[in-house]
Design a protein around this ligand. Structure first.
Ligand SMILES: [Zn+2]
Length: 126
């Protein structure tokens, strides 16, 4: 019954290891339904987005999980830079930095919103 799963949020340090922290956070966030289906993909994408947020966005870097039953599991990564993420098609083979291009391929849908003085990049897996 993932509709009953409370939203979870964590603020991460502006640090290279934060992608690992974000994966751990997702693995602990309580949603049995979506864990079984999409946890691997969610961990992959949150790693990319948190790496981007740390490298290019800056603090505060926050990760939020919102589960909405059949509509899917939405994961949001916020940072302190209002500029939208840059899509780097040429860097597909590079370590990290695939970011948005990978999110576009793997997620059901995704988007970017300006929030306060920064932005939120979110994706949905169902
Ligand atoms: Zn769920």
């Amino acid at each position: 019954m993932c509709e009953a799963t409370p939203d979870a949020e964590v603020t991460l340090p502006d640090h290279e290891h934060s992608a690992r922290r974000a994966r751990h956070f997702l693995s602990e966030a309580y949603c049995v339904v979506h864990h079984a289906r999409v946890l691997d993909e969610a961990e992959l994408l949150v790693s990319e987005l948190v790496t981007n947020a740390v490298r290019h966005g800056g603090p505060p870097v926050r990760v939020r999980v919102h589960c909405n039953g059949t509509a899917g599991m939405q994961v949001s990564v916020s940072d302190g830079d209002p500029r939208p993420p840059v899509r780097r098609e040429a860097a597909l083979e590079a370590e990290g930095g695939r970011g948005v291009a990978l999110v576009d391929i793997v997620s059901d849908r995704w988007g970017v919103e300006r929030v306060g003085g920064g932005k939120t990049v979110w994706f949905v897996l169902s």
